[in-house]
Design a protein around this ligand. Structure first.
Ligand SMILES: Cc1cc2nc3c(=O)[nH]c(=O)nc-3n(C[C@H](O)[C@H](O)[C@H](O)COP(=O)(O)O)c2cc1C
Length: 208
């Protein structure tokens, strides 16, 4: 059974950066992200944990101020993502290295590690008032070709990064989007001792 939940009594107590993060589909297209801030985002990403400390993550970054390169990235997105993502200040192709650099065996945890790395980046971004929107909706084979990925490297997502617009109509739309965000209840995915047995007694999931 899927129970859609929004806020619980504890939502207010989570880390402020986690609370503030969401995935916008609008950005202030006139604002650039400074080189210094971009570097800080990837510095945060760099400190993520990874299996065997393999750090199997790689990123290809394109910025709005190089339109030809930026449009190359827009070109690999699925139609539904193209329009809003073109308002971002930067786009990042995330790439996982699928084989261990240490012994060339399959790195089963590569995608997991890349996700942790992007989580670091996303939260550091919020600290700088930069918002991220990750996308799985892109053409993988095209991305491999366009960005000349080497064998055993797979493109995993594209991240749109930018600042939020400041106009009033955006604020209204933002409130509408935020009001619709849903999360599973803890008792749907945290189990005690065995699969399916809720760890927490959660019964405040409809709080709104
Ligand atoms: C791996 C991944 C792929 C996603 N792909 C898309 C996408 O192609 N298009 C899109 O609009 N949003 C995409 N999203 C955004 C999710 O829809 C969004 O994170 C989710 O609805 C939760 O909303 P929130 O990020 O605002 O909390 C993706 C997110 C992740 C993590």
């Amino acid at each position: 059974m899927h129970i859609g939940t929004t806020n619980t009594a504890l939502t207010n107590d989570i880390l402020p950066l986690i609370k503030k993060r969401w995935s916008p589909r609008e950005f202030d297209s006139l604002k650039e992200i400074s080189q210094e801030n971009l570097q800080l985002l990837f510095e945060a990403a760099r400190w993520a944990p990874s299996s065997n400390n393999e750090q199997p993550w790689n990123f290809i970054v394109v910025t709005k101020n190089e339109p030809e390169q930026f449009n190359k990235m827009i070109g690999v997105l699925l139609e539904g993502n193209k329009q809003w993502a073109s308002k971002a200040s930067a786009l990042v192709l995330t790439v996982a290295s699928l084989r261990s650099a240490k012994n060339n065996t399959e790195n089963f945890h590569a995608l997991y590690d890349l996700g942790a790395c992007v989580a670091n980046l996303s939260l550091q971004a919020i600290e700088l008032d930069i918002f991220t929107h990750q996308m799985g909706g892109f053409y993988h084979d095209k991305a491999k070709k366009v960005f000349q990925l080497k064998e055993n490297y797979t493109p995993v997502s594209v991240i749109a990064l930018g600042y939020l617009p400041e106009n009033e109509s955006f604020v209204t739309r933002k409130e509408e989007v935020l009001a619709k965000r849903k999360r599973k209840s803890l008792n749907e995915f945290v189990f005690k001792n065995n699969w399916g047995n809720p760890f927490f007694e959660v019964n405040d999931f409809q709080k709104n």
